[in-house]
Design a binder for this molecule. Structure first.
Ligand code: TXA
Ligand code: MG
Length: 347
């Protein structure tokens, strides 16, 4: 396994060539995008794709995102509706993935046999340089083990996938910290499958009205998954996490008097005294950027429970709450009684 460091804004050509050589030989490469690190294969390589699923421990029915560097390249992979060609030219490169009908040219392993394909152009010089040099799309999920928080640094990738990847490119921390927004544009109006950094409010200026089903807020597990990935549990720290909809200080204090060891994940000025404190950030952008690192850190503290304040579900807050709900396994408390019910039963 090669670990290569490069400047994210001016990637070293030799580093890009090493990655592209590995991809041409059906190898797998971890590299940053603007959202989280991805684990990439040549999109047409059955063998490379199989390696991605194996390294990640991902169920085979959960398809990968195909990453391109232009709308033209996207059109070689899927059928882009005419009215969306100009829209995609304006929003790409960027953290927005569209699900379209597939042309069936990428590996069936990548699309998990579906007749649709998820495509995006990442706004990060490293994957864009790889795609340009390879002259082909690359497919990949987030570079974490299935069920772990997504990686926002190369160290997180090493933590999860050491020895299982051919090349890891360390391009420093990612810029945004939560995965791309996904919308299904085969539906009219388009349906939000996963909230992300490109907010629904902003996207509606380009795509018109977008439907937001409860599953996209992380409120329900889809019985029939809208995005195949939705039926799997995600981002779960092993320390129980509870979302607090009332006074965080009151919650932390009450648990303390009961002898429960508590870590508080502070966000946007909401914090409390506790056995351990993790600072997520003063504004939504910092909170999004530090979210997955904070969840990884929580498990290192050896506390009984983590508390995190509820975030208003507007703008980027929708993406943050979706991840927090999944990490919390739907433990949410509106008052002390709820909080006691949500505690892991061990006292
Ligand atoms: O920001 C991101 O999107 C990152 C970076 C690496 O690009 N990628 C990422 O990939 O988050 P992953 O595999 O962790 O999440 C992709 C999601 C999964 O929930 C999957 O089920 C969904 O996209 N997906 C892929 N193809 C789909 C399709 N044809 N229809 C519906 N959902 C699809
Ligand atoms: Mg993922």
């Amino acid at each position: 396994m090669l670990l290569l460091r490069t400047d994210p804004l001016a990637p070293d050509r030799d580093v890009i060539r090493v990655a592209v050589d590995a991809l041409r030989r059906d190898g797998i490469v971890a590299a940053p995008t603007e959202t989280v690190y991805g684990l990439f294969t040549h999109a047409q390589s059955d063998e490379g794709c199989a390696k991605v699923f194996k390294a990640k421990g991902r169920p085979p029915d959960n398809p990968l995102i195909v990453h391109v560097n232009s709308v033209e390249m996207a059109e070689t992979v899927g059928y882009i509706p005419d009215e969306l060609v100009d829209v995609l030219r304006r929003v790409w490169p960027g953290p927005i993935t569209v699900v379209v009908r597939s042309r069936g040219v990428v590996s069936r392993c990548v699309t998990a046999g579906l007749d649709t394909v998820a495509v995006r152009a990442p706004a990060h010089p490293i994957p864009l340089a790889i795609i340009r040099e390879l002259e082909a799309p690359i497919a990949g999920p987030s570079a974490n083990k299935a069920g772990r928080p997504s990686p926002t640094t190369a160290a997180h990738v090493v933590e999860d996938l050491d020895g299982e990847v051919d090349v890891i490119i360390d391009g420093g921390p990612t810029f945004l910290g939560v995965e791309s927004t996904i919308i299904d544009v085969t539906k009219k109006p388009p349906v939000l499958l996963r909230p992300g950094p490109f907010t629904v409010e902003e996207l509606e200026k380009y795509f018109g009205h977008i439907e937001v089903p409860p599953v996209a807020r992380g409120l329900a597990e889809a019985d029939v998954a809208l995005a195949p990935g939705m039926k799997y549990r995600h981002y779960a720290p092993s320390t129980p996490l509870i979302i607090i909809h009332f006074d965080l200080k009151e919650a932390a204090k009450d648990l303390k008097t009961r002898g429960v060891r508590v870590a508080v994940l502070c966000a946007m000025g909401r914090c409390a005294d506790a056995d351990a404190v993790i600072q997520m950030g003063a504004d939504l952008y910092e909170v999004a950027k530090n979210l997955y690192k904070s969840l990884r850190d929580l498990d290192r503290l050896g506390v009984d429970v983590g508390l995190v304040p509820a975030i208003e579900e507007m703008g980027l807050g929708l993406a943050v709450m979706n991840r927090l709900r999944k990490a919390a396994g739907h433990r949410e408390a509106r008052n002390i009684q709820d909080l006691l019910r949500a505690l892991p039963n061990k006292q």
